[in-house]
Write a protein that binds this ligand. Structure first.
Ligand code: MN
Ligand code: MN
Ligand code: ZN
Length: 279
């Protein structure tokens, strides 16, 4: 069982490991830098050494860690400058992951900004393929989307079509987000429905390509396309559905990462504890 949550790097990057240990995580996700800007300060030798030594001490398997891309890049952008900057960021983030010994980098698929799915996918495949040429062995994980306006990759069939075009294949994998799948129209409320959804995922994308599972309940109901994460068991997916997803991922040995909110109802310590209870 590998279960944990997204943790902050505030202060210094090795603090992420302290935060993960405090929350009793056996898996975790970070941003390697401020996710709200384009600029990233280079990692120093000291940053890298501290992160690696703390991770080793923590006994958390490095294959249960991942980084998430910052928010600004848009790999499906029709605008040349924005697209190129996005691809450069993706490449440099894989390099930062390699330096830290993090095997996976999760990326969103971007927005075609009204130019249509076909144009967006063409851009996206071009950008990902370019980033796949980097010399490091970090695997880029495509995250299924919530199906918001102008987005691509919420539908498994389309996600599979995008994924199958990427070369070299070994440089790419999938991150399945339960909130995104649910609000995109995949009902995950019961054990049977969860099984059906993963059967469909297997058919179009392949469970073997699934390297990380983002476990989030959803603020809204199935098919609402609203990307609002919620506390496990308290949202539209509910307790039965969340428990079934945890069991599925645990059985398949896929690390589970929570991206749940922290508010008056519950914090991340408690959500991690609850997720473990379902395993
Ligand atoms: Mn994401
Ligand atoms: Mn996610
Ligand atoms: Zn989300």
């Amino acid at each position: 069982m590998q279960i944990g949550c997204h943790v902050s790097i505030s202060g210094s990057i090795d603090k992420a490991v302290d935060n993960a240990v405090e929350r009793k995580c056996s898996a975790f996700q970070i941003f390697t830098r401020n996710p709200r800007g384009w600029h990233a300060k280079e990692l120093t030798k000291e940053d890298i050494a501290n992160f690696k030594s703390k991770l080793k001490e923590s006994k958390i398997d490095r294959f249960a860690t991942c980084a998430h891309m910052p928010y600004l890049p848009n790999l499906a952008s029709p605008k040349d400058d924005g697209f190129e900057k996005s691809v450069e960021t993706l490449m440099s983030e894989t390099e930062r992951c390699a330096q830290l010994g993090i095997p996976y980098l999760v990326t969103h698929l971007g927005s075609h900004l009204g130019t249509g799915e076909e144009a967006g996918i063409k851009r996206l495949v071009e950008g990902l393929t370019k980033a796949g040429q980097t010399k490091n062995d970090v695997i880029i994980l495509l995250e299924n989307t919530a199906g918001q306006k102008n987005s691509v990759g919420s539908d498994f069939k389309q996600l599979g079509e995008i994924f199958s075009q990427l070369k070299p294949a070994k440089k790419f994998g999938i991150c399945f987000d339960s909130c995104h799948a649910f609000v995109a129209g995949y009902n995950l409320k019961t054990e049977k429905k969860v099984k059906d959804v993963f059967d469909e995922f297997e058919k179009y994308v392949g469970i073997k390509n699934l390297k990380i599972l983002h476990l989030n309940d959803a603020k809204g109901d199935v098919g609402c396309n609203l990307d609002r994460h919620y506390h496990l068991g308290l949202g539209g997916i509910g307790e039965k559905g969340i428990a079934s997803i945890v069991k599925f991922a645990t059985k398949q040995k896929i690390p589970i990462i929570l991206e749940t909110p922290i508010d008056d109802d519950r914090d991340d310590f408690e959500n991690v504890r609850i997720a473990k209870g379902f395993a």
